[in-house]
Design a protein around this ligand. Structure first.
Ligand code: SAH
Length: 230
């Protein structure tokens, strides 16, 4: 069974978005994964199809109602083994390790929040896993869901043309990736590092490894103190 993504959103027209293009788009056309964007509003019961209400306790903004969102969730996910994710700045920061786990499974049900967020009771009652894509606030969960799916889809079997690319990437070995160079040999008086054109594969590997370690030490020392996830 191909990886199956179901999105719950107030803006289904935002999908597949950029995932309809390039490698992910071709894989979608070939049926190597599927995407279904479901309108949360279809589960409202009043004639204005209202999905939100004012926050209990007062304050600015609106909150997505638990009864409507839970109906939408129940409609699309019935113990099918897919994780139920809620895009949320309060969630666990998304990592390449979690991306790999999700990609290895049958798919994902992804709730996209809007307004101030969703009623806590639906998060608790449906055991939604809150996932953040970083320490900043978006206006809605849709771009966050597209980001998560982008990371997942590109590592599904058969999606990336060259199976080897992806092996040495940032985070895969607990390090940031080494720098890349290509022709021309000289660009604005800057040469490609000589070792890369030496033909000495052992030396090239060692240089890349040293550069990856240097960059990680300089930019992301926090990664060096984490257990390697491979
Ligand atoms: N009031 C909330 C923010 C709501 S932003 C708070 O302060 O925590 C509206 C919606 O955008 C959220 O429900 C969530 O689905 C999405 N969103 C915003 N920032 C996000 C982030 N960094 N990662 C994942 N989803 C995010």
């Amino acid at each position: 069974m191909a990886f199956r993504a179901t999105l719950l959103t107030l803006y289904p027209e935002m999908f597949p978005g950029h995932l309809g293009h390039s490698l992910a788009g071709r894989a979608l056309e070939r049926g190597q994964w599927s995407l279904d964007a479901v309108q949360i509003r279809d589960f409202a019961e009043d004639k204005h199809r209202t999905v939100d209400d004012t926050p209990a306790g007062g304050g600015a903004g609106m909150v997505l109602r638990a009864d409507i969102l839970s109906r939408a969730i129940d409609h699309v996910s019935r113990d099918d083994g897919r994780p139920r994710l809620l895009m949320s700045p309060r969630g666990r920061p998304l990592s390449q390790a979690r991306v790999r786990e999700i990609a290895a499974g049958p798919g994902a049900v992804i709730v996209c929040g809007r307004f101030e967020g969703v009623d806590q009771r639906v998060i608790d009652a449906r055991a939604l896993e809150e996932v953040s894509i970083g320490d900043y606030i978006l206006s809605g969960g849709e771009p966050a869901a597209l980001t998560l799916l982008d990371a997942v889809v590109r590592i599904l079997p058969g999606v990336m043309g060259n199976a080897l690319s992806g092996v040495h990437e940032s985070f895969e070995g607990g390090l940031l990736e080494h720098p890349h160079y290509t022709r021309p040999q000289v660009f604005e008086e800057r040469d490609i590092p000589a070792v890369l054109t030496s033909g000495n594969h052992g030396a090239i590997e060692r240089w890349r490894r040293a550069e990856a370690e240097r960059l990680t030490r300089e930019r992301r020392p926090d990664l060096l103190s984490q257990p390697v996830t491979k």
